[in-house]
Design a binder for this molecule. Structure first.
Ligand code: GLC
Length: 420
């Protein structure tokens, strides 16, 4: 045995001695935007210190839709290398059979959780995942620019577009050639489903598929909402918005090149970061609505599920419980303005001081609109991808909203077949 071989054998023996008996090597798979990974790493370091278990992070693309495709493959293959999955709250009905029932572990916190979120993770009486943070969107606006042009915070989509155009034109005349009026998530993925559901629901056009299973999306109000969004492309929104996910919109916004942005609360802490050019210059308000209609924000959020195929279920559950605890949720709220799923944290003084958007967002979250996951069950992913494709085609000028929604209706009825 050469010397380097015997040294590494010694090293391995020493590590084995140092590792507490029974300590597990766990893997968590997770996507991220903004500082999510940084927060997860910091929390994992604490978990490792406390328990002796090590945790490897397997990173995923940021798009929820891309993650879903990969998770489905891994789970179908009964992949034993992944212990914990960070799941979008919309996936529970489709993936629950692969996950451990976590209802015994939420007990203490159940009464503090938002009912709708807990319900979204409950499938056939089993809890598929522990809620980790919630999401409900904001219309971010540049306070300084609205003040400069004497404009009010818009309450309607039409008002938003008029103000966006006026300020954009004014700023461009003054030499800021890069500025746009509005950025959002227009790429072909789950984020566009959220944005377009908001446009439609806030126009009184329903929720794509209604709770009783009716396909409602082909209606004049939905058409109007999507045609209106189409009119933004190239006028107040950059043509590139058709490829934007959350982080691309935040990139334009945070470098000071947008008057308005639709995004989730994580953009609040980042926009106020030390190195942010728009620090202190913006605020957030609920999304606008159609004339005489109610605003609608999509309910989002993420949760942690434990794989049935994990070799270390006990430790994996311990990890999921820790990362969704009040302590971890407060950490994410303070650092990254991630909305807690625990109601008591909305009364936390420290959170209110450091991230004032959070207590203000409790109501927005309570009124948020769910995507039709409960109604469409295992078919939600296809419903959503047919929907975002129809919307993306319309925004790109491939067919009118009228024609594309009619086609979508036929696709959804076909998909539904004898029932969802
Ligand atoms: C956010 C939401 C999630 C949603 C996704 C769409 O991450 O929390 O629920 O599906 O955005 O891009």
């Amino acid at each position: 045995m050469d010397i380097s071989r015997s040294l590494s054998a010694l090293l391995l023996a020493a590590i084995a001695l140092l590792t507490p008996a029974g300590a597990a090597e766990l893997s968590i798979v997770t996507g991220s935007v903004g500082n999510d990974l940084k927060d997860t790493r910091a929390l994992l370091a604490e978990f490792q210190q406390k328990t002796g278990n090590t945790v490897d992070i397997v990173t995923m693309p940021s798009s929820s839709s891309d993650q879903f495709a990969q998770f489905r493959l891994r789970l179908a293959a009964r992949d034993a290398d992944i212990d914990v999955y960070q799941t979008d709250i919309i996936w529970a009905p489709q993936l629950a059979t692969h996950f451990v029932d976590l209802s015994p572990y939420v007990k203490d916190m159940a009464s503090d959780e938002f009912k709708a979120i807990l319900a979204s993770q409950t499938v056939d009486g089993r809890l598929a995942a522990l809620p980790m943070f919630a999401d409900a969107p904001a219309l971010y606006y540049r306070k300084d620019l609205l003040d400069k042009y004497g404009k009010d915070v818009p309450k309607t989509w039409a008002g938003m577009a008029t103000t966006a155009k006026a300020i954009m034109d004014g700023e461009r005349k003054a030499g800021n050639s890069k500025i746009w009026g509005f950025v959002f998530q227009g790429a072909s993925y789950e984020g566009l489903t959220c944005n377009a559901l908001e446009w439609i629901a806030s126009q009184g056009g329903g929720h794509i598929v209604e709770p009783d299973g009716t396909v409602s999306v082909d209606n004049p109000k939905a058409e109007k909402a999507i045609e209106r969004a189409k009119s933004w492309i190239g006028t107040i929104a950059p043509p590139g918005v058709l490829a934007y996910q959350e982080e691309e919109s935040r990139g334009v916004w945070q470098s000071g090149n947008a008057v308005f942005m639709r995004n989730w609360p994580y953009a609040y802490a980042l926009g106020n970061g030390e190195d942010s050019p728009i620090k202190g210059k913006f605020d957030a308000t609920p999304l606008p609505a159609g004339e005489g209609e109610q605003p609608a924000g999509a309910l989002g959020g993420w949760a942690l599920a434990v794989s049935k195929y994990s070799r270390h279920p006990k430790e994996a559950i311990e990890l999921a419980v820790f990362l969704t605890s009040a302590y971890a949720q407060k950490y994410r709220a303070l650092k990254s303005s991630r909305l807690p799923t625990l109601r008591s944290l909305y009364d936390d003084r420290e959170i209110a001081e450091r991230q004032p958007i959070i207590p203000r967002w409790k109501k927005v979250l309570e009124n948020a609109v769910a995507r039709p996951t409960a109604a469409t069950g295992a078919k939600y992913n296809e419903v959503s991808s047919d929907f975002w494709t129809a919307v993306h085609n319309t925004l790109s000028g491939e067919g009118s909203a009228d024609a594309n929604l009619e086609l979508l209706k036929a696709q959804l009825l076909d998909l539904r077949g004898g029932g969802w």
